[in-house]
Write a protein that binds this ligand. Structure first.
Ligand SMILES: *[C@@H]1O[C@H](CO)[C@@H](O)[C@H](O)[C@H]1NC(C)=O
Ligand SMILES: *[C@@H]1O[C@H](CO)[C@@H](O)[C@H](O)[C@H]1NC(C)=O
Ligand SMILES: *[C@@H]1O[C@H](CO)[C@@H](O)[C@H](O)[C@H]1NC(C)=O
Ligand SMILES: *[C@@H]1O[C@H](CO)[C@@H](O)[C@H](O)[C@H]1NC(C)=O
Ligand SMILES: *[C@@H]1O[C@H](CO)[C@@H](O)[C@H](O)[C@H]1NC(C)=O
Length: 261
């Protein structure tokens, strides 16, 4: 084959492999979502669920339409209200949690706010959270006065108490084991200091969420042109198509080498 023909052949070949399955070349590198600005992987528009892990709805609609985000496959969508650090830290507003908290704070504070549990692909954290202790039994030792007690006593069903430190959103582990043995720690987003007897003035439905891609997934998506996947045993693998970005580059280098021969 003449060198020039070979070059064309390779360009055609590398063009066709752009559309092979298993790489993200068909996905936009970034997309704009109204006033919230530009997003990249692991975010994706809900219209392209295959292109990311965290689909956002409403990006193509006008600015006044609330943007909703789904943090997990089975999770309910929540309002995506802001971006603190592009692609890393967002704010969400969970309307349902707000309603439940207002309706029955004891029931709502009984268990952790549920974020998707960490996976080999991505982990999420509530920045600015508060630790409360939920105890189903009377405490054996006398509490220092800086602890506030919220009684959740019932005529029927479970009774328990919730405690928090007025001076500290995260009491030392040593204090936790000394004063709250056998109790559960629960965590919620916190919008203010805990220096109050009103738990509703700091536990918040507006939450700052940090999204952390695992090193494996970062390497797979950003350096190898693959898609982050979990197999049936929930083990990470990087799905790379029959060819990928690296393959394309090698193809072009070969072609150029041939032309200059
Ligand atoms: C999102 O926010 C809008 C306006 O505040 C509200 O009407 C809507 O119910 C919220 N949606 C969800 C899923 O929380
Ligand atoms: C709460 O914040 C602490 C650090 O401030 C962090 O280690 C922890 O993971 C957070 N909890 C949640 C549920 O995100
Ligand atoms: C805890 O103490 C209260 C009185 O202060 C008592 O009525 C209740 O039965 C005690 N609960 C347990 C589980 O011992
Ligand atoms: C509250 O915390 C500050 C600094 O962490 C400490 O100096 C102060 O003694 C604490 N107050 C109480 C009542 O524990
Ligand atoms: C709430 O989450 C914390 C931190 O992830 C965990 O240590 C604790 O056991 C959880 N509490 C309950 C009641 O599940």
């Amino acid at each position: 084959m003449a060198p020039l023909q070979f070059l064309f052949f390779l360009i055609l070949f590398s063009h066709s492999i752009c559309h092979a399955n298993g790489n993200h070349d068909n996905c936009p590198n970034s997309f704009t979502c109204g006033k919230l600005g530009s997003f990249q992987y692991p975010f994706t528009m809900a219209e392209h669920p295959e292109c990311g892990l965290l689909p956002i709805q409403g990006c193509l609609l006008d600015d006044t339409t609330p943007k909703l985000i789904q943090l997990d496959n089975n999770a309910k969508s929540v309002n995506l209200t802001g971006v603190v650090v592009p692609n890393k830290i967002i704010t969400i507003y969970d309307d349902g949690f707000h309603t439940r908290l207002g309706h029955n704070e004891c029931d709502t504070l009984h268990n952790n706010y549920t974020l998707p549990s960490p996976s080999p692909i991505v982990s999420m954290y509530i920045k600015y959270n508060v630790t409360l202790f939920r105890c189903n039994h009377n405490l054996s030792s006398k509490l220092p006065p800086k602890y506030v007690t919220l009684g959740c006593r019932r005529k029927y069903g479970y009774s328990y108490e919730i405690y928090y430190d007025k001076n500290n959103t995260h009491p030392e582990q040593e204090e936790a084991t000394r004063f709250f043995p056998g109790c559960s720690a629960v965590q919620f987003a916190s919008k203010d200091s805990t220096n109050t007897n009103d738990v509703l003035s700091f536990v918040s439905a507006e939450m700052v969420i940090e999204i952390v891609l695992s090193p494996d997934c970062d390497d797979c998506f950003n350096h190898r042109g693959g898609l982050c996947k979990l197999d049936n045993n929930k083990h990470f693998y990087c799905q790379i198509g029959s060819a990928n970005n690296a393959g394309k580059k090698i193809g072009l280098v070969l072609a150029l080498g041939n032309v200059t021969d």
